[in-house]
Design a protein around this ligand. Structure first.
Ligand SMILES: *[C@@H]1O[C@H](CO)[C@@H](O)[C@H](O)[C@H]1NC(C)=O
Ligand SMILES: *[C@@H]1O[C@H](CO)[C@@H](O)[C@H](O)[C@H]1NC(C)=O
Ligand SMILES: *[C@@H]1O[C@H](CO)[C@@H](O)[C@H](O)[C@H]1NC(C)=O
Ligand SMILES: *[C@@H]1O[C@H](CO)[C@@H](O)[C@H](O)[C@H]1NC(C)=O
Ligand SMILES: *[C@@H]1O[C@H](CO)[C@@H](O)[C@H](O)[C@H]1NC(C)=O
Ligand SMILES: *[C@@H]1O[C@H](CO)[C@@H](O)[C@H](O)[C@H]1NC(C)=O
Ligand SMILES: [Zn+2]
Length: 269
């Protein structure tokens, strides 16, 4: 959001001139982060995002190269999540974030990762996927966005691919995507009167973990990422079609340099 400064009162014509020049100056100097961001190759696209997006060293998303990951066989059961049900959820066509966002009435539940407890506050979607695995992209990537009491972030990424199989419809996505006709316009939302359940999410198997950032401005670092591997979910063609009809634009930030970061792969012993 641009900052609005109060100005003393003055005559209309003088104001018009001054305000016009002030606006022109503002629009030419304000950064993408202040003006809102976009995807694609335009003036507000990822290459122009400023701040940590430009000067950070541990940015997300990344291409996970499986052969370069450090294997950890300590995974016994599954990710330590306790997801309950919210009593209802708000499904939002968020114009400024360029994504479909789902927020609960209160918490969706908790995640404990490396001894830190986080609360699942919301989840949203990117298409095509932001992370890639050995250079392979997926049709859709869901981000389960968690926050700790002291303001740290942890995000779990789950991939979906469109499938022609008869059983391809995702029961999880159905709970969210069936509301798409109600949020066709940007900056609209709809409140579901039924709880959204997260039990069917695939959180049993192996995953990659690394330290990265938010994938949208301000690209804050210190985010603990969990990227689920070998758990690509199916979604039916009508499901993905319904999503693409409302969100036709790509909203994936290009993959960032991993530099010297290590990526750990957790697998069952
Ligand atoms: C990187 O950007 C952030 C956000 O604008 C700023 O606070 C920080 O000082 C910058 N760091 C460097 C090294 O320029
Ligand atoms: C999450 O943790 C909070 C306490 O930190 C607790 O009140 C709540 O019941 C937990 N949620 C679930 C779904 O277990
Ligand atoms: C997902 O779809 C992409 C092409 O869109 C394909 O390259 C990839 O192999 C698929 N992955 C799985 C696990 O189906
Ligand atoms: C959602 O859209 C459907 C179909 O257009 C309509 O029947 C229903 O009343 C809408 N629900 C809400 C909560 O707006
Ligand atoms: C949902 O839409 C209403 C009315 O347009 C708005 O007042 C409210 O802030 C929106 N809620 C969310 C969570 O975006
Ligand atoms: C999991 O996925 C990785 C990378 O795609 C692959 O190398 C590995 O063989 C898979 N493991 C299993 C058990 O399917
Ligand atoms: Zn995201």
């Amino acid at each position: 959001m641009p900052h609005v400064h109060r100005r003393p009162k003055m005559s209309i014509s003088r104001c018009a001139l001054l305000c016009l020049s002030a606006l022109l100056a503002l629009s030419s100097t304000a950064s993408a982060a202040e003006n809102g961001f976009e995807y694609g190759s335009g003036l507000r696209g990822p290459a122009e995002w400023g701040g940590f997006c430009a000067n950070g060293t541990k940015q997300s998303p990344i291409n996970v190269v499986i052969a370069d990951t450090v294997l950890d066989k300590s995974l016994r059961d599954r990710l330590d999540t306790e997801y309950g049900k919210c009593t209802y959820a708000v499904i939002i066509n968020d114009k400024s974030a360029h994504h479909l966002d789902v927020e609960g009435d209160g918490s969706f539940g908790n995640l404990t990762l490396n001894g830190v407890k986080y609360e699942l506050v919301k989840f949203h979607f990117h298409s095509p996927s932001e992370h890639t695995i050995d250079g392979v992209s997926f049709d859709l990537e869901m981000h389960l966005f968690h926050k700790s009491a002291d303001g740290k972030f942890a995000v779990i990424a789950i991939f979906f691919n469109e499938s022609h199989d008869d059983d391809a419809e995702s029961p999880f996505l159905k709970q969210v995507f069936s509301w798409l006709p109600n949020i066709t316009q940007p900056d609209t939302n709809v409140t579901t009167m039924a709880p959204i359940t997260l039990e069917s999410l695939p959180l049993q198997g192996s995953y990659a973990q690394y330290s990265g950032s938010l994938t949208t401005p301000p690209c804050t670092e210190g985010v603990s990422w969990v990227v689920m591997l070998n758990e690509t979910q199916k979604m039916s063609c009508p499901q993905f079609g319904a999503y693409q009809k409302v969100f036709p634009e790509a909203n994936n930030r290009p993959v960032q340099n991993t530099r010297c970061r290590s990526v750990t792969r957790f697998e069952h012993a």
